[in-house]
Ligand binder design. Sequence first.
Ligand SMILES: *[C@@H]1O[C@H](CO)[C@@H](O)[C@H](O)[C@H]1NC(C)=O
Ligand SMILES: *[C@@H]1O[C@H](CO)[C@@H](O)[C@H](O)[C@H]1NC(C)=O
Ligand SMILES: *[C@@H]1O[C@H](CO)[C@@H](O)[C@H](O)[C@H]1NC(C)=O
Ligand SMILES: *[C@@H]1O[C@H](CO)[C@@H](O)[C@H](O)[C@H]1NC(C)=O
Ligand SMILES: *[C@@H]1O[C@H](CO)[C@@H](O)[C@H](O)[C@H]1NC(C)=O
Ligand SMILES: *[C@@H]1O[C@H](CO)[C@@H](O)[C@H](O)[C@H]1NC(C)=O
Ligand SMILES: *[C@@H]1O[C@H](CO)[C@@H](O)[C@H](O)[C@H]1NC(C)=O
Length: 722
Amino acid sequence: MLQRYLLAAVVLINALELVRANLYTDGGKPHRILLDTDVDTDDFFALLYLLKLNRSEFELEAVTINTNAWTDAGHAVNQIYDILYMMDRDDIPVGMGGEGGITEAGDVLPDVGGYLPIVEQGNATAGGCRYRQAIPVGLGGRLDIDSNYGIRKAFLPQGSRRYSPFRQPTSQQVLNEKISAGPITIFIIGAHTNIGIFLMRNPHLKKNIQQIYVMGGGVRSKNPTGCCPNNASSSCQPRQCGNPGNLFTDYTSNPYGEFNIFGDPFAAYQVFHSGIPVTLVPLDATNTIPINENFFKAFEQNQHTYEAQYCFQSLKMARDTWFDDQFYTSYFMWDSFTSGVAVSIMRTLHNQNGENEFAEMEYMNITVVTSNEPYGINDGSNPFFDDRKVPKFNLEKEGVHSGHVQTGLRDPFCIVQNGRGRCKDGYTEEVTSSDAVRVLVATRAKPNPDSNSILDRAYFKSFLDVLNHPHQTGRFNFTMQFPHYKEVFYKPDLGTKRLGKPVVFDMDMSAGDFLALFYLLKVPVEIINLKAIIVSPIGWANAASIDIVYDLLHMMGRDDIPVGLGDVFAMNQSDPLFSAVGDCKYLKVIPHGNGGLLDSDTLYGLARDLPRSPRRYTAENSVKYGAPRDTDHPELRQPLALEIWESIVRTLDPGSKITILTSGPLTSLAKIIQNENNTRSVIQVSGLICYCQVKKLATDSAYDVSNFIAGCLCCRWTYQPW
Ligand SMILES: *[C@@H]1O[C@H](CO)[C@@H](O)[C@H](O)[C@H]1NC(C)=O
Ligand SMILES: *[C@@H]1O[C@H](CO)[C@@H](O)[C@H](O)[C@H]1NC(C)=O
Ligand SMILES: *[C@@H]1O[C@H](CO)[C@@H](O)[C@H](O)[C@H]1NC(C)=O
Ligand SMILES: *[C@@H]1O[C@H](CO)[C@@H](O)[C@H](O)[C@H]1NC(C)=O
Ligand SMILES: *[C@@H]1O[C@H](CO)[C@@H](O)[C@H](O)[C@H]1NC(C)=O
Ligand SMILES: *[C@@H]1O[C@H](CO)[C@@H](O)[C@H](O)[C@H]1NC(C)=O
Ligand SMILES: *[C@@H]1O[C@H](CO)[C@@H](O)[C@H](O)[C@H]1NC(C)=O
């Protein structure tokens, strides 16, 4: 009898699930998916996996780009356009940026750009970078990701879509259009800013979002990286070993956060607490699917499509430039694994317990930590509460959002003497309080059922199969799209010309700098002999924009002029513990969106019309220059500003002078002057005339002040009577 009841109950549940399923699949139509990504390497693995799925089952409707994490907008959006073009999917809209903001009163304006976490959103796209400080800026960080290590420019074909001012659809527009159109599933594999803002502004559209799949957070995870091996000597100091989070730059203040959630904890809170079912693939699961040597080898031997080649080349460069020899134990399938788990669950129509081929699942009650206890302290760290009668967004005065919000990388509040950091911002913590949300959580990657395979995870096989599938495949790569393209270096024949003043141009890559560069290149070489360019990536453009300089020189037939990359931090702004990250005190006066970094990074969309130089930024490097190992083509390495300077000084005739024209921050100049050996050698050769074009000295601009300080350093040096 009991059995019969049980059976009846099971039948009833199944019937209910079928009704639900039918609602969800919209009468046999494919699942509509929207992907929100920050375009890191593993992100486009996830994107390509989705693009390869049978379109009568899964239809990727749109991509929105999160520009508040590992990439900068102008670079990320063009990379996505090129990938979609390769895959013959110019029909997929790409949303990015936007200019509106959140007013002081807490009104979310219509078209908010997701450049800043919600806690720092004001009425403009300029702002602080309290969370982003945890992300490396140069090598191994945003420079390498913005440029895809230099690979995308060599590999991806180029279509007609590109970032273009005022024409670029914004994230909020694309989200609005696609979510209004009917039931949809959202994948979030970067910070949650875009979706968080969307949900705050459009609660009436929540009903159309069937499910949100998130890669991010760590619940019960214990980070396996940075542990000391069993046989280690006693001098081995474990770093972040066993932490729930993975902020490898930041664990001394926050061992709990994971990059995607930490990028905008308040936005993630909005997502998790939206009432929409959330499935989470946290570090708990991704830590169990490291890219091991066997998978890497299998991938190397399985590159039968352009997309597989593209992913493998990117992965290989990530490995070859990895900062230590622990790549195979510290690089995981994060986002790509999440797209596999998600579609496998969706195949069974978002089944209740999330059974799927690739991960074990479990329900947990969690929340996202957005501020640290004690709550309601108003200590100056929390813009939602501090100096306000009514908290922003009407948040509860003593509630979970009212505590101390981590202000930066080495926030003293978060640092415990002789211990691990105590801040939990961005922690997807398991809680029993009323604030808990019931979330389906992936706990581990499933093993490959074929135990004879060298691929020890079920998803490894699926990933390689899908990426190499001959259907819906990439049409061409760059060299196949343009078979007549040749990598030619153009150098002028200066013959017996008497060359003019040697000049080094120090620029920060805004549009005005490019006009100045054109001018210098047009002046006869008998008057100005442009010997080198050094670029400063801390002004109006990000470091990867150095490619525009290369392309412009190529167009002008001057591939002979060396280009050196300056420091990615202003003087004394890099972190003393982890120099790849640092402060961004001065940068916060520069807008991220229109008229700011976005437009300079793309030269207002025009950079794509320049011819493609054989020179480009590349992550290639060698031991000789301090890299952990040589890459395949270490000779291609991007030279640094100081190295270019030194090589120019070496070529000077005794007694000759060199002129530096500078039109950006004076960091490189200050570095040159500080470098004692250099100075001495220049003094021996000659002297240095320094035209310090310090920009408009507005008293309210920290950025100009930094220019001014470096400028004084430079001018003081110049006018000393040696
Ligand atoms: C895609 O799915 C449809 C419907 O199930 C099927 O007819 C078609 O053969 C599939 N295509 C591929 C390439 O597997
Ligand atoms: C923010 O900008 C919008 C659009 O420019 C403007 O309408 C609004 O008044 C501004 N709000 C504040 C508080 O500055
Ligand atoms: C593009 O594809 C062709 C043919 O597969 C290959 O020979 C070439 O090396 C590829 N280009 C790059 C940059 O990988
Ligand atoms: C520890 O063992 C590994 C292999 O098990 C070996 O490669 C490594 O050199 C050993 N380290 C020390 C410090 O003995
Ligand atoms: C989550 O909360 C629900 C209801 O409050 C409770 O029944 C369940 O046991 C909790 N689950 C876990 C894993 O704590
Ligand atoms: C940078 O720091 C060094 C020592 O840490 C100091 O001597 C120097 O004056 C600082 N420079 C600036 C521009 O603050
Ligand atoms: C300057 O040169 C000397 C001798 O060549 C060298 O030992 C020293 O490290 C150099 N200092 C700097 C700052 O490069």
